[in-house]
Design a protein around this ligand. Sequence first.
Ligand code: WTA
Length: 653
Amino acid sequence: MAGLAVSAENAAHVYAVPAEWRARAMIKPDTYDTFYAEAAQDPEAFWKREAQRLDWMTPFTKVKNTSFTEAEFGIKWFEDGALNVSANCLDRHVAERPDAIAIIWEGDEPGDSRIISYRDLHDEVCRLANALKANGIRKGDRVTIYLPMIPEAAAAMLACARIGAIHSVVFGGFSPDSLAGRITDCDSQLVITADEGLRGGKHVPLKANVDKALTHCTSVEKVIVVRRTGADITMKDGRDIWYHDAVADAAPECAAEAMNAEDPLFILYTSGSTGKPKGVLHTTGGYLVWASMTHQYVFDYRPGEVFWCAADVGWVTGHTYVVYGALANGATTLMYEGIPNYPDFSRFWNVIDKYQVEIFYAAPTALRALMREGDAWVERTSRKSLRLLGTVGEPINPEAWEWYHRVVGEGRCPIVDTWWQTETGGAMISPMPGATDLKPGSATKPLFGVKPELVDAEGVVLEGPAEGNLVITDSWPGQARTIWGDHERFFQTYFTTYAGKYFTGDGCRRDGDGYYWITGRVDDVINVSGHRMGTAEIESALVAHAKVAEAAVVGMPHDLKGQGIYAYVTLNANETGDDALRRELVQWVRREIGPIATPDAIQFAAGLPKTRSGKIMRRILRKIAEGDVSNLGDTSTLADPSVVANLVGNRQN
Ligand code: WTA
């Protein structure tokens, strides 16, 4: 509803679109309405036009061919077109602005930095692409990337894209076991890693982790190693190659492979509510259209502006907004290797001043951690260059939103709270700075082509202001196409809970202005510091410990992390649960999965609340972990109702 004032429903304040944004933005309130309506009513025309933002090697004649229903299930966009992602991210910008800055890299240690032009990045990518080919990698092969936040990570992704290899980036915080699982699941032939990572002055033994992982992986033939810290590492003869040697010997020209729009671009493992992490697969054409379009409209991006997405390339946010969306749009993208509080709590703001960052995009968890340290760390910096702020990864509490707006942005920068998922490829529900009045805590309105719906547990569609489960009723170009190696699981996971609709796994409220408020996951996925964790994964890590008989993991509210990890553990007979064992189990989980899965509380439990058919009643465990024990609901169906009193009596925290 263009121009109509938005009410303060659910919000203490509404922040209207500032006049200067209304004047300059690409998407103004009435553009939003026109585009939204067109994408809904005539998707063929809308997406045909939006796809012109890319260079196609073979133009497509078909736009959309998608169905979410069982009989016709399939998702194809631009299916007879061909293009190359790396050519779109590099070559066309090199032709016009070779000296424009593609990547500003800020190292962990202040003062350590690199500035890389589009021409230089193009040459590096071509050399690495040739090196991959020289090491046997061909179109369709899988390459695992396990790197810190260094420019070589972006180069590695683009080099794969250039030759049509499918990359799988694994976050550097994952353990050797987690890495091995992700290598084996997609049969990677080659791993690109570094001797070590550096985060907050701490060294992360990446190459040693790869060596451990590869003791259980048979598919990997070669490992390319970036020298980052110069640490002493072992190089295995015949398998391990230094990155600098590989690229030095390679030519700086490599023709970009013509990829069908539906050829795979990357696999990214993410946690689900059951089983092991799933390899979410994104393809070439639709993903890049979505990454580019959302980056341009949500951030109102124009070439030349310095854009900083503070996510790691190990997560989807890093894929879409550090690398693909940003570079497709010819952006100057800032890559930061370190952490928000090193060497001190002003680091983010110092980096913004150092490079005159205009757009800054980060996770609420980092903002909450910085907010806690007081305003002085922010106020001693200028931040005059900032004009737009963004958040992603978890709901932002209005208090943190207001702080971000008032203290960091000095009241002048709109905040785009972008809701999306690994599976959606890019932002789905988000304000646009020139079009959307803001309500702190709301991701506001759907992007073009996104048709959200709220349904109740039975699938009944809820109209008007309502709260329910969030589904998306029609396909959008950036949507994941499958789960690697398990198309049936893809269909079952996302399209059967509410037949014919994509189920997000999130709960959501819609207010009287049509604004969406994400309330968090409604499945057994928890969101710890903006990182998705499957409770089942942590449980299976715990039960792998010799003393543990059974484990149940739930989320609990956590001031900084959003959600913390609360584990109920039943020990084998004759074992005693004490603090020493608690510490041991915490270390165990960190080793099995990685530090991001560190349990915040471990409660030893004589028994878990189970139904007579043996199903653990997680609802009760969640309430106890939250400390909400006055109203545990109906416990009469439990096989042994007395376990509940015992659990309540022994709460941790
Ligand atoms: C949550 C990250 C509220 C949500 C891009 C989703 C959010 C999950 C927001 C996906 C937001 C992400 N407000 N919740 N702005 N953004 N989420 O796959 O629960 O790592 O389902 O993708 O994060 O996490 P993922």
